[in-house]
Design a protein around this ligand. Structure first.
Ligand SMILES: Nc1ncnc2c1ncn2[C@@H]1O[C@H](COP(=O)(O)OP(=O)(O)O)[C@@H](O)[C@H]1O
Ligand SMILES: [Mg+2]
Length: 264
């Protein structure tokens, strides 16, 4: 039996409030295909990721579907075990008093914080997994430190830990390095590369070409809710395509497996 696709979106219409972001939208991503999604602000990247993660639902219509791992009837609880997510949006929803351990453990409950009754429901096994994750991310010493006393890079590592607790086969990363200095960004990317090397699927939204790791081979560019370029990194990340999409002169250079954009 062939693996179901990670994502199969067919003829979908997706709204955010009163804005129709996608209309008759199609996109397919296979499992074990690592993809970067680029596009100008407002092009629909976050909306797409929220749809994959079932935070948003498409309009119901005939001959229209959004299937994740072959199903369109996911119990969100089960889906969260298969797909881990890190986003700026999620990060901003944590209160500054939340500790590293609480952020990581909240992944087991698909919740934002773990307070009162929830913390009592943490099993020994979950606690041990959370401790292992802290160790893996090199933040054991921050276990009981509140987010407010951490650097943004350390906070974002806690969020990655939250996404990793279920050992998901897919990680969805929405601008995971936004607000990080380049040392923290590079550290983060090295961790993502390690996860990719262990076979984790990666769907990464970024604005920085140099942050697309070599493990990602496919690039999809969105603009105004439509796919305007889709293919191998080297065919999509060209000066011509990016200048046209961003409506400004962009010069793309390549160094080994990495790409970089300059003003044209
Ligand atoms: N909560 C919301 N309510 C209404 N419109 C929204 C909301 N969030 C985003 N939008 C609109 O949806 C479109 C796509 O947004 P988004 O998916 O966040 O873009 P991107 O992540 O590519 O910057 C934009 O036009 C944006 O203004
Ligand atoms: Mg976005």
């Amino acid at each position: 039996m062939t693996d179901p696709l990670l994502i199969e979106i067919h003829n979908a219409t997706i709204w955010r409030g009163t804005t129709c972001v996608f209309e008759n939208f199609d996109l397919a991503i296979a499992q074990h295909e690592r993809v970067a999604i680029l596009g100008p602000n407002g092009s629909g990247k976050t909306t797409l990721l929220k749809t994959i993660n079932r935070e948003l639902y498409p309009e119901v219509g005939e001959n229209s579907w959004v299937r994740i791992l072959g199903r369109d009837d996911w119990n969100v609880w089960d889906l969260r075990k298969r797909i881990g997510i890190v986003s700026h949006d999620l990060h901003s929803r944590y209160t500054p008093a939340t500790t590293a351990l609480e952020v990581i453990v909240s992944g087991f409950f698909s919740s934002i914080g773990v307070h009162g009754l929830l913390i009592e429901r943490v099993t020994d096994e979950q606690r041990e997994k959370a401790n292992n994750t802290l160790h893996l991310l090199g933040i054991e010493s921050l276990r009981d430190t509140p987010l407010r006393s951490m650097s943004t890079g350390q906070q974002r590592r806690c969020l990655l830990g939250r996404a990793m607790v279920h050992e998901p086969d897919t990680l969805i990363l929405d601008e995971p390095t936004a607000g990080l200095d380049f040392a923290a960004s590079f550290d983060y990317l090295a961790r993502i590369r390690q996860l990719a090397a262990t076979g984790c699927n990666i769907v990464l939204v970024t604005h920085h070409l140099n942050e697309i790791p070599p493990e990602i081979e496919r690039v999809v560019i969105l603009k105004d809710g439509a796919v305007v370029a889709d293919g191998a990194k080297s065919t999509v990340l060209t000066s011509e395509i990016l200048s046209s999409v961003y409506e400004t002169a962009v010069h793309v250079t390549r160094s080994d497996e990495y790409f970089l954009a300059y003003p044209g």
